[in-house]
Design a protein. Sequence first.
Lengths: 251, 361
Amino acid sequence: MTLAALGIALFLLPLVGLLARTPWARLPALLAGDVVTDALRLSAVTSISAAAVSMVLGVPLAWLLARVDFPGRALVRGIVTLPLVLPPVVGGAALLFALGRRGLVGGPLEQGTGLLLPFSTWGVVVANTFVAMPFLVITVEGALRNMDRRYEDAAASLGADRLTVLQRVTLPMIAPSLVAGLVLSWARAFGEFGATITFAGNLQGRTQTLPLAVFVALERDRDVAVAISLVMVAVSLLVLVGLRDRWWRAT
Amino acid sequence: MSGGLDATLVVRRSEAFRLELRLSVPAGRTVALLGPNAAGKSTAVHALAGLLPLDAGRVELGGLVLDDPAADVLVPAERRRVGVVFQDYLLFPHLGVLENVAFGPRSCGIGRAEARRRARSWIARLELDGLAERRPRDLSGGQAQRAALARALASEPDLLLLDEPLAALDVTTRSEIRRVLAEHLRAFAGPRLLITHDPAEAFLLADEIHVLEDGRVTQSGTADDIRLRPRTRYAADLAGTNFLRGIARRGEVDTGTHVLHVADHEVEGPVLVTLRPTAISVHRTRPEGSFRNSWPTTVARVERLGHRVRLLTGAPLPVAVEMTDEAREELGLAPGSAIWVALKATEIGVEPDTAATSRAP
C-alpha cells in the first residue's frame, strides 16, 4: 500500500508542482506570446503529420511483419522497434549522419531535389516519425496477429479480393488498435525533444516545437516554460481521456 | 439450374494427417460428412471453398473445374461460386445484418443500392425482418445462423457448405432451428454439403451420409444403413443412440410395433425418436414408479463396451440399453432373460422427421 502510494505520489507531485507554480493572472498574455503561438502551431502541424506518415507507412509495415513469413523478419522487427529503446538524441544524430547535408542520402537528396531536411519543418516531421512510428507498428501488428483470420476467409468465400478484404474486413476489425496506435504515435511525436533538437535544430517558427520552447524558456522566462508545460499537460490529458474508452477497454 | 459437385480431395495437413475423400453431391441433395473432431471435416470445407489448395485430386462443380493440381488449375476462393455457412457463423462484427448479407453481392461488383435490395430480399426470405440494422452480437443464435445462411445465399452460389451449423446453439433451441434450417436447405436448388459431428443432425438433414474418420470415409449410406449396419466402432457408438421412426399424435408416437408416450404433445406426423441407451432402465418384474413407458421383452444380445454392457432387447421394440456390468450381474441378465424395460416420457427425444416430409409427394 505504502509503495503504491509512493508510486502515485511520484506521478502526482510534478503536476501539483506545476499547478502551484502557474502564474494564473499572466497566463492568457503568456500564451498569446509569439514564441508560444509559433511553437503551438508548429507542434500541431508536425505531430499530426508524423502520426499520418506513421499510419501510411506503418500499417503496411505492420501487415508485412504480421502476415508475411520472409527471411530476416525478426531482424526487420528489431530495426523497426529500435527507436523505442534508443536514446532520441542518438536517433537524431543518426538521422543527421544519414540525411544531413553531408549525409549518406542527404547530399544526393539535396542535389537532386533541393530538399534539405535538417533545420527544416520537414526535418521535424522525419525525426518525429522516426521515434513515433514504432508505437503504431507494434500496436497494429499485435492486432493483426490476434485477429481471427477466419473472418478474412469468410470474406474471400463471399467473393472479396484481397484489397476488398483488407478495406472492408481487416482494417475495420482492427480499428480500435489502429486508433490506439495512431494516438500513441501522435503523443510520442507531440512530446518529442531529443531527436528533433539534434536533427532539426531549434529555430522559432520553423523547428522549435513546444518541448523545445519549454527548454529554451526555462533559461529565459520560467513563467513561459510553466505556461507551455500547462498547455502540453492539458492536451495530453484530453487525449488520454478520449483514448480511455477505446484503449483501456480493449486491453 | 446448377449442376452437381464432384470432388476427390487429397490434402496433407501434416506428416501425420492426410485427408482423402471422394464426394459426389447432385443438385438438390444434401450430403453429410459425419465425424469426430479432427477427422478432417473442416479441411474438406476449406478445400472446397478454395481456402486450402489440394495436394492431389480434383474439384468440379457444375461441369467447371475449380481445383486440379495435376492440370495446374486453381480457382481462388473469391472467384468460386461456393457459399459457406461457417462454424460460429463469422458474421462481420463491425457490420449490421443488412451489410453482412450485402457483402457478397457488393464484393462481386454489384452497386451499393442493388446489393442492398438483394440483401433485403434474402433478409425477408430468412425471416430476419426488423433485424437489418442489428449488429451480430445482438442476435440470438438462431437469428445469427439465418443471417449467416442469408449472407451465403445472397451471392447466389452453386454449392452450399454448412460447417457445423448447429454447434453454436444451445440444446433447447437446437431442434426448432434445425427444423427451420431444413426448410431453407430444401429451397436451395444446388448441391449442399453438411459438416457435423452430431448424428441426429446428419440423420435429419441429409439424404446421404459419409462417416469420416481420421481423414478417410469409413462408411457411406443413408441414415438407416449406418444406424443398422455400423461398420466401425465410431459408427457403432453413434448408432448406440436408438433412433426410431414413427408417427406422432397427441403425445403418442406409433412406431408400427409399439406406442411410446412422449412429453411433447405439439408435434404431429412423421417423427424421428431418439432414446439414449443410458436413459432406459431394465427390471426383472413390472417396474413401479413414474415411468410413462414400460413393456415386457427379452434380452436378445449382450455386448461388452469396457466396464459397461449394451443389451439389445427383442420384440416389440428392439432398443439398445446401456448399464454397468455390475448391474447386469445383479439382475442376472443373459440372452433370453425375460425383462421389463422402462423409461420416462421426458427422456424421449422427438423431432419432426424432415427427411420423411421432404420425400412425401
